[in-house]
Design a protein around this ligand. Sequence first.
Ligand code: PEP
Length: 252
Amino acid sequence: MIRRKMVAGNWKMNKNLYETRDLLREMVPELKDITYVDIVVCPPFVGLGVAVRETADTPIQLGAQNLHWEASGAYTGETSPAMLVDLCRYVIIGHSERRAMFGETDVSVNKKVKAALQAGLLPIMCVGETLEENKAGLTAEVVSRMVREGLKDLTALQATDVIIAYEPVWAIGTGLAATPDGANAVHRDVIRPILREMFGQLVGNGMRILYGGSVTPANAAELFAQSDIDGGLVGGASLKTESFVAIVKAAL
Ligand code: PEP
């Protein structure tokens, strides 16, 4: 099964409008001829408008970092799927920072995934164990639960539009990436079998599973060469043109 690779940059809460414009003006010439990998940039909400202008007619696609599941209403400070769909194609859902700091749960992640799909957005759903869970040997259990609960009640057709990002919390922003073998084992032996079980062989084998957590130009090629690592969700290294472009190019 050949899956098209994806490299998505999660800018988190970084870059104002001018910085967004300048960074994209630097990245576009370097990435404009790359057609063999899906390139996604996820700036903060307020930068999406500028990003739409700067990436028009380029292969760079855009994503948001969160959304609310309701379509509209009295939800101060929130952003609906219907608002995002005019600006971007992807949305990161259930990032570990949102789970840890903003009270997101498997239940809210599932609502968000369904709302995103209903609006025509492609969710990048994040799952991953903490250091304590990892040390306690709970990785498979925790990741399985997050995948099953996050994708609960989806049809196989809907699942084809979902991208999973396995992001062990201990690897995010720490410089301590999972080993290519270790990450691939979670993708191949934990996540992929659940996707097959939930959505059938064809769909389960076709869904992309990204790895995230301290991906750099130095480790990207080896990570992306693994059988079930279909690209990366990149935080820190996505904020600089040189490192982001090098990671994209590693996704051959
Ligand atoms: C992330 O936040 O999704 C991430 C993977 O961060 P970093 O690449 O900086 O570890």
